[in-house]
Write a protein that binds this ligand. Structure first.
Ligand SMILES: C[S@@+](CC[C@H](N)C(=O)[O-])C[C@H]1O[C@@H](n2cnc3c(N)ncnc32)[C@H](O)[C@@H]1O
Length: 341
């Protein structure tokens, strides 16, 4: 999705709205969290009007190495900057944060799913503690054998820690998402190898993903100084090993207790969830076809506009990318997208 110039331009427009809401600060940060090869930050900087570009600072936050030849203006980091004034944008980052998987056993009890390197699964201990609390609140499992849930707590904590870095501005997470009214009964754990779906075997041969309980992330309240990205969230630079379920028969990526201890939560306005379709429409990106008359007056422009309309339609397709979830968390500014979006 990052490769799409239309998407980058829409995010640049969002950055401009944040800039206005901030009163056009002397430096305006754009932080791409989980930046891949830096395509989005490159596209966003290129799409900014000159007066905004002159004040903008682009950051790519990535566990992978900086690609050769990346625009020298982009700062490449392994952690988000400490104090962000501007827009933090996390596109398909949260689905990379590992989660444990729970499955209901024959007695109706949710247990952790343990998996060996060859993909063989067995049930482990009953889910307990903060993970059980999370399930009860966000993904209650009926006592029906075989039902599954992905325990999103590490993602809530990772998101809260990212939002904590924003001093003033907007934090946005975009991902394959589901909400409490429609959780997938058997979870969403999927492996990908060379772009094709495959069994989610944690042997490093494929990328393992699970959709995001974005409503739970939206509700995660930040507690400055006490929330941080749980250990074990790193994703290998090769893009292979993100352990959406436990990679061995023993370990289990429960969060560090420090992550859940109470702190002084900042008073933030409620986060907002919307579909990518609605968000992009609110950012003036639509899939409308160009007027046919253009074909005779300026055929080249017509063909360009048609290609652009096709790309926009793909980004906003209700059953496809348009169904992605957008989570908006304003920090000290009004929500920059119109309410009817
Ligand atoms: C699914 S890719 C998305 C890449 C890009 N944002 C896009 O939409 O095309 C997720 C990226 O997040 C990176 N990542 C995962 N965990 C991370 C972490 N804790 N800190 C920084 N980057 C991380 C991965 O290396 C990977 O490049």
């Amino acid at each position: 999705m990052h490769a799409s110039p239309l998407f980058a331009r829409a995010v640049a427009r969002l950055l401009c709205r944040v800039d206005q809401a901030l009163g056009r600060p002397a430096t305006l940060d754009f932080v791409d969290l989980g930046a891949g090869r830096g395509e989005l930050v490159t596209g966003v900087l290129a799409a900014l009007p000159a007066d905004v570009a002159a004040r903008a600072r682009g950051y790519a936050v990535e566990v992978a190495d900086r690609p050769a030849g990346l625009d020298a203006r982009i700062t490449w980091l392994s952690e988000p900057p400490d104090a962000i004034t501007g827009l933090l944008f996390a596109n398909e980052w949260l689905d990379n944060v590992p989660v444990d998987v729970a499955e209901v056993d024959s007695a109706g009890v949710p247990r952790l799913v343990l998996v060996a390197a060859d993909g063989t699964e067995r049930l482990g201990e009953p889910v307990s503690g903060v993970a059980a609390d999370w399930l009860a609140r966000w993904w209650p499992l009926p006592a029906e054998e075989g039902l599954r849930a992905e325990i999103g707590l590490p993602r809530d904590l990772a998101w809260a820690a990212a939002v904590d870095r924003v001093v003033q501005g907007l934090a946005v997470a975009v991902d394959y998402a589901h909400t409490t009214d429609a959780r997938p009964p058997f979870g969403t754990l999927t492996g990908f190898r060379e772009g094709r779906e495959t069994a989610p075997v944690p042997d490093g041969s494929c990328d393992i993903t699970a959709h995001v309980a974005l409503d739970a992330c939206a509700a995660a309240r930040t507690a400055a100084g006490t929330t941080r990205t749980p250990s074990g969230t790193a994703h290998t630079p090769s893009g292979t090993a993100h352990t959406a379920h436990t990679p061995s028969d023993t370990a289990h990526t429960s969060p560090d207790p420090a992550c859940t201890s109470p702190g002084t939560a900042r008073a933030l306005p409620a986060a907002r969830l919307l579909t990518q379709r609605a968000a992009l429409h609110a950012l003036d990106l639509t899939g409308a076809r160009p007027p046919l008359a253009l074909a005779s007056t300026d055929p080249a422009a017509y063909v360009r506009a048609l290609a652009s309309a096709g790309e926009a339609a793909e980004l906003t397709a209700p059953g496809g990318l348009g169904g992605f979830g957008w989570l908006l968390q304003p920090v000290g500014i009004p929500d920059p997208l119109p309410r009817d979006a």
